[in-house]
Design a protein around this ligand. Sequence first.
Ligand SMILES: Nc1ncnc2c1ncn2[C@@H]1O[C@H](COP(=O)(O)OP(=O)(O)O)[C@@H](O)[C@H]1O
Ligand SMILES: C[C@@](O)(CCOP(=O)(O)O)CC(=O)O
Length: 313
Amino acid sequence: MKSKASAPGKVILFGEHFVVYGVKAILCAIDKRITVTAEKISERKIFIKSNIGELEIQPNKLISEINSPLKPFYYLANKIIQNKNFGLKINVDSEIPLGVGLGSSSACCVAGAAAISKLVGDISKEEILKLAIEAEKTIFENTSGADCTVCTFGGLMEYDKKNGFSKIESEPNFHLVIVNSNVEHSTESVVGEVKKYKENNKEKFSKLCEDESVLVENVLEMLKENNVKGLGQKIIQNQKFLETIGISNNKLRDMIQIGNKSSFGAKITGAGGGGCIFALTDESNLEDTIKKFKEKKYECFSVKIDFKGLDTF
Ligand SMILES: Nc1ncnc2c1ncn2[C@@H]1O[C@H](COP(=O)(O)OP(=O)(O)O)[C@@H](O)[C@H]1O
Ligand SMILES: C[C@@](O)(CCOP(=O)(O)O)CC(=O)O
């Protein structure tokens, strides 16, 4: 018996870093997916295979004993086959580059939770999300859960620490050009640097949080109106805040400058320090924007918002 599920990656459109200090952020799922296939096998063992490696392991091991990036899958598999007399074979197929802030880990956890749990019965998306967040915590103890939520339900979402998640019902028709610096970043260490900045610049940082809150409220209005040019201006403004808190570098600045010339606006997405930027486009400037990045030999691709979220087969 086999089951299959796929989940999208994500982009943080507005509010990264400030969200850590209570400001609202806006994120969306993207149409790049991770597909997980799970199969019951008679041998009581767990086999996991992905483009990043393979793991063959007995059940019932402590998660702290597993030293592998495939750990979230082991967590899910081991949990589901507790008190069962079968093993599992898991295959991971990914379109999402890893470690650059596009949500590969959340997409893995959501698709993995869905494919594996479906082998033992039907469960709701809410229950899958709960399992996925548990699995993601085996990699990042402090995950807010925002990434797994947007990968499960798809579309656009607002999130703040106090009120949690809420879906934004508009369906804007823009394309994002994602440009990968190919520099892996550690979210934890960049967040640590921002904390130092905040402590050394208390008043300035608190004003930036206020400005970011106002910006996000404006963006929510613009999304309702599908005002793509206005959104571009807000992206440029948000990037200035990110420059101020010190998460940019020369490579990212060069990428953003190229994006700002041809698209409506470009900014870092996620922690910064490396990872990706995105440029906002529509049909009128999509091709030109991609061409400009490719001329400078940057790795880039276009994505649209994914409104489907988790899909099971
Ligand atoms: N193709 C894949 N196969 C297996 N695990 C993956 C894959 N892509 C991502 N992962 C999991 O996600 C982790 C990367 O998470 P992270 O560094 O947060 O990157 P991202 O920002 O892309 O989510 C990997 O260490 C691994 O546990
Ligand atoms: C910097 C931060 O706001 C987002 C980090 O995003 P990512 O892990 O780079 O996708 C941290 C957080 O929200 O926990």
